[in-house]
Design a protein around this ligand. Structure first.
Ligand code: ADP
Ligand code: MG
Length: 628
């Protein structure tokens, strides 16, 4: 017999399982049955290429047997089994990629004494096997890998160690014997030697399992407890929400019920079913670079892939579920799937159906849509940029924060519905922080007209506006780009004439001011967008926004550093003051200082770092000394 230590994260988890006040202890049985079902799925899959593994007449099953006298419960399956190395690896470590994060989060949650949060984490991370220690003081696993002759016994009391020794098992599969702790009805730990308790828990959590779950009766016979119908083959009207919720937990490990359940049933041109779930909260790894996503893919009741990402575009990567089609080939590889026109067709239909469902929620239950948007809006926005399947429908689903109503974001359709007479475009401003954007000098002229402006604060918005140039025939227009002409044709003409005339009058001054800023500014001009502020920076229609430039640089792209345009408010007294200085001496050194001060102010107002903060501070101090 050899003894091993659990890896440290596994030890923490065990400790958590044994000592947490987590009240749904009975879920351990669901986890063990779920593992047995997975093991049978794997066997079926391997048997596709090695017929010996499941010869004719092979009867896949999950067996439960209780012994009142010894206070034990045994869960066994004739699935894929584990060899010695697999026992050590699978039951001695946590295989999931999020292990470190998990351990850290659990530690935090426990320090905050937040047992609800701990329970939620257990759900999210799918720490199935160890949950059995909530019900058992000792666990013995005897397993024999399909295709191997020898079997192994794994034993642990959950105290930091486990041991392994050779064992006997007639056929491949796994037997898990739990030495039960005393029943604790207050914490939903019933007596699991009692047939009625076992039956209730199996029906509650595992009814949809597609293999028979059989309980040993007093007379030695076996009785099947689950109905075994694949839940995705049943019409949605006949399945209770709780049943969907249980199935959802089974495939996702998410503790919360799904936000929305969507079914698809297609008969022609070929047959397939899909059962899709939208989670109620974003999973913790939604934005991880190496996130794997996708749907489970079944062909003829055999699960051939766990995360088939060919079936879902990345902007719907939060959707979970199952697709089954008898018409696909059983011998699919990812390469074959990529070529398969039917897979593309299923994917198209899934995208359409999911987006239509969202549209309907948006229309009929806006408050519910708001929570959906809060959870997944950022991911949906990614689809606007570059996914041919989604972009048209997605436009109608987009919500943005707006100057219209601070509480609720708005759809573009609603924005257009509120546009003022004479308003030509949908106006937006991008930046990190809404509070700062609201006070941005760029908005003054728009607010003066009573026009609504969208606040685009998500980094992905920069990409969205790059692709979404118009909506419902209205141009999307950044308030920080190009020139601003608002109002009726007549008003615009007058404003433009007035500006050109002033521009001419101040031409020499503007040129003088531009020179010391040459490195950053390509033009200094008079503004039509400023009402109270003295100055702001704008770009040309085709320029990258300063934030996009920053993002590209952070991502190590060689973003060209575009020169900006500095706009001065023609009505601001500072202009007259500078003009007076310039009139008495065109090369008064103070003009260069003022130019740098104005440039610095404009940068600060939009939240961009100053190129030389020390110089700016000195200029301000000088100015204060000079002032009387
Ligand atoms: P998960 O099921 O999410 O992978 P678990 O903690 O429930 O995590 O199980 C850990 C691993 O142990 C499984 O991935 C599987 O490889 C192995 N395992 C558990 N139970 C069985 C079983 N009955 N048959 C074969 N392998 C099993
Ligand atoms: Mg499991």
């Amino acid at each position: 017999m050899e003894t091993f230590e659990f890896k440290s994260e596994a030890r923490q988890l065990l400790d958590l399982m044994i000592h947490s006040l987590y009240s749904h202890k009975e879920i351990f049985l669901r986890e063990l049955i779920s593992n047995a079902s997975d093991a049978l799925d794997k066997l079926r899959f391997e048997a596709l290429t090695d017929k010996n593994l499941a010869p004719a007449g092979f009867d896949p099953e999950i067996l439960l047997a209780a012994d009142e006298g010894r206070r034990t419960l045994t869960v066994s399956d004739n699935g894929i089994g584990m060899d010695r190395e697999e026992l050590i690896k699978n039951l001695g470590t946590i295989a999931h990629s999020g292990t470190k994060e998990f351990a850290a989060k659990v530690k935090q949650a426990r320090e905050a004494s937040s047992e609800d949060r701990v329970a939620e984490l257990i759900g999210q991370f799918g720490v199935g096997f160890y949950s059995a220690f909530m019900a058992a003081s000792e666990i013995t696993v005897v397993s024999r890998r399909a295709g191997h002759d020898e079997a192994w016994r794994w034993i642990s009391a959950g105290d930091g160690q486990f041991s392994i020794e050779p064992a006997d098992r007639d056929a491949p599969g796994t037997t898990i014997e739990l030495k039960l702790r005393p029943a604790d009805p207050d914490n939903e730990l019933g007596d699991f030697t009692d047939a009625w308790t076992i039956e209730r828990v199996v029906k509650k959590y595992s009814d949809f399992v597609t293999y028979p779950v059989r309980l040993k009766e007093k007379d030695g016979g076996w009785r099947q407890l689950n109905s075994m119908k694949a839940i995705w083959m049943r019409p949605q009207s006949e399945v209770k929400p709780e049943e969907y919720a249980e199935f959802y937990k089974h495939i996702t490990h998410d503790w919360d019920a799904p936000f929305e359940t969507i079914t698809i049933r297609a008969e022609s041109p070929f047959e397939y079913r899909a059962l899709l779930f939208v989670p109620s909260k974003p999973p913790f790894d939604l934005y991880w670079r190496d996130l794997k996503w996708g749907l489970q893919l079944y062909v003829n009741k055999v699960r051939i892939m766990d995360q088939c990402d060919e079936l879902l575009p990345s902007f719907l990567r939060f959707v979970r579920g199952v697709v089954e089609s008898p018409d696909l080939s059983l011998n699919v590889s990812r390469e074959i799937l990529q070529q398969d026109a039917r897979v593309r067709q299923i994917r198209k239909r899934i995208v359409k159906k999911v987006l239509e469902t969202f549209e309907k929620i948006q229309k009929d239950e806006p408050a519910r849509y708001a929570t959906l948007w809060e959870s997944f809006g950022k991911v949906l926005k990614e689809g606007v940029a570059g996914d041919p399947d989604g972009s048209d429908k997605l436009r109608d689903l987009l919500w943005f924060a707006s100057s219209n109503d601070s509480a609720q974001p708005t759809s573009l359709k609603d924005y257009v519905g509120r546009m003022k007479d004479g308003q030509e475009a949908i106006y937006y401003i991008t930046g990190e922080d809404r509070a700062a954007l609201e006070k941005s000098p760029h908005l003054e002229a728009f607010f003066a007209k009573g026009y609504e402006v969208l606040y685009m604060t998500d980094p992905v918005d920069e990409i969205v506006v790059g692709h979404l140039t118009d909506y419902d025939g209205k141009k999307l227009q950044s308030v920080g780009k190009g020139t601003v002409e608002l109002g009726t044709e007549e008003e615009k003409k007058q404003a433009e004439e007035a500006r050109t005339e002033k521009q001419r009058a101040h031409a020499s001054l503007l040129e003088t001011l531009q020179k010391p800023l040459d490195e950053w500014v390509k033009e200094v001009r008079l503004s039509t967008r400023l009402k109270t502020s003295a100055v702001c920076l704008v770009g040309e229609e085709s320029d990258l926004s300063p934030r996009l430039e920053r993002m590209l640089r952070e991502a190590n792209h060689a973003a060209p550093k575009a020169k900006r345009i500095l706009e001065l408010n023609p009505e601001h007294p500072v202009l007259a003051k500078m003009q007076a200085l310039h009139d008495s001496s065109a090369d008064d050194p103070r003009l260069a200082d003022y130019a740098r001060l104005l440039h610095g102010q404009a940068l600060l107002a939009e939240g961009t770092a100053l190129p030389d903060p020390v110089d700016f501070a000195r200029l301000v101090a000088d100015l204060m000394v000079r002032a009387d």
